[in-house]
Design a protein around this ligand. Structure first.
Ligand code: NDP
Ligand code: NDP
Length: 317
């Protein structure tokens, strides 16, 4: 499998692991890279020295390319940028901010820049900023998400129609068939989050991983749309916030209920009652916690089988 995305990152398969906060430490990133995909260290939940530690450990654990996800709303972003430069990181995925701010700066230092967007308007802005590729993330995706509710099925072809840069589809993809569907719609590669959150190597808590496996269709919803739109598993905290919203709580009141560190509490410390459990709709299809190597091999096997299946008579009209 060789295409524009595998060439861009010098990887075997155009499969990129989501840089999910609290889930994407060096163990997950290096395992994905060692298995032929592109691993990303999720910087959003790491204090600068923790971030550096994960980069150093990732370099020891793999000789394959890996990158980092840098949310632009990170409080001390300059410190993270210095670490990226000092540690000679060559691939940066930016998110949650204006791609015009750092794209050129990174590219002048020989870094490949990809920006994550939830809609066409932002995709055009990222292309204008000169990014090397974009991740378009549909409404199915877990965690922080767009307000417009555009699904992957709609978003990918709409972006493909308007843009000329390589497209990585995200949101709702966990299987080979899902990957092939996204590629058929116009994607050049896929970014996968939820499936890797339920892996042995993810840095998230065992309790959270078990909840992903237990989740059924309809168990996640987008909430906090006026504050920070986020798709969560329904738990006690979710009910508390949704109840307040339905009773007309203001954004300030919602922020107060949210407080600080809910994502850490839920995903990293395994507090299934009071924590935020960020996961995508596709969790309903994930029924086991697996090693990363098996996840990627299974995706590629199913992708190839599905490609063959498309030659069957039922697809010919
Ligand atoms: P640990 O510090 O518990 O390290 C786990 C073990 O892996 C250690 O014994 C370590 O040994 C070992 N190790 C190091 N390098 C390798 C390698 N190349 N191959 C095999 N084993 C290796 O946890 P982490 O390394 O996962 O995390 C470091 C810190 O980051 C922790 O404080 C953790 O809480 C935090 N963290 C933060 C996350 C976030 O999103 N904010 C996510 C994940 C972790 P040695 O001590 O010798 O390196
Ligand atoms: P909160 O403000 O609720 O909590 C901050 C959490 O991040 C705490 O758990 C804290 O750990 C940890 N943390 C890690 N590094 C730092 C730092 N340098 N300064 C302060 N806190 C730090 O934030 P959330 O949990 O809602 O979000 C965490 C991060 O996720 C954001 O800072 C941002 O980087 C990222 N994010 C990314 C988005 C995207 O990419 N689309 C969207 C929204 C958020 P501790 O408890 O140990 O102090």
């Amino acid at each position: 499998m060789k295409n524009i995305i595998s060439d861009l990152f010098k990887i075997k398969y155009p499969i990129i692991q989501g840089g999910m906060i609290w889930n994407s430490g060096w163990k997950l990133a290096s395992a994905v890279s060692n298995s032929g995909g592109l691993g990303l260290i999720g910087a959003g939940s790491m204090y600068p020295e923790v971030f550096r530690e994960h980069i150093v450990k990732c370099k020891k654990a793999t000789d394959k390319p890996f990158g980092v996800n840098l949310p632009m709303l990170y409080p001390q972003i300059d410190e993270l940028i210095n670490i990226i430069l000092e540690e000679d990181i060559k691939i940066v995925f930016t998110s949650a901010g204006n791609p015009k701010k750092y794209t050129q700066f990174f590219q002048e230092k020989g870094i490949t820049v990809v920006h994550v967007v939830p809609g066409l308007k932002f995709a055009l802005k990222a292309q204008d900023a000169g990014v090397d590729a974009i991740v378009v993330e549909g409404f199915e995706a877990g965690g922080h998400n767009g307000r417009d509710e555009t699904t992957t099925l709609c978003l990918v072809p709409m972006v493909k129609k308007e843009l000329s840069i390589p497209i990585i589809a995200a949101g709702g993809i966990a299987t080979g068939k899902g990957m092939l569907a996204a590629m058929t719609l116009g994607a050049d590669g896929v970014q996968i989050g939820s499936r890797f959150a339920a892996s042995i190597e993810a840095s998230s808590h065992e309790n959270f991983k078990n909840e992903i496996v237990k989740a059924k269709e309809g168990d996640t919803l987008l909430t906090l749309k006026d504050v920070t739109p986020v798709r969560l598993l329904k738990n006690k905290f979710f009910e508390k916030i949704n109840d307040a919203i339905s009773k007309g709580a203001s954004p300030e009141e919602q922020k107060e209920i949210l407080g600080r560190g809910r994502a850490k509490k839920g995903m990293f410390e395994g507090d299934l009652i009071e924590g935020e459990l960020e996961i995508g709709q596709i969790a309903g299809l994930i029924d086991s916690i697996e090693p990363v190597e098996k996840i990627i091999n299974d995706i590629i096997k199913e992708y190839r089988e599905a490609l063959e299946e498309l030659k069957a008579d039922k697809y010919k009209f």
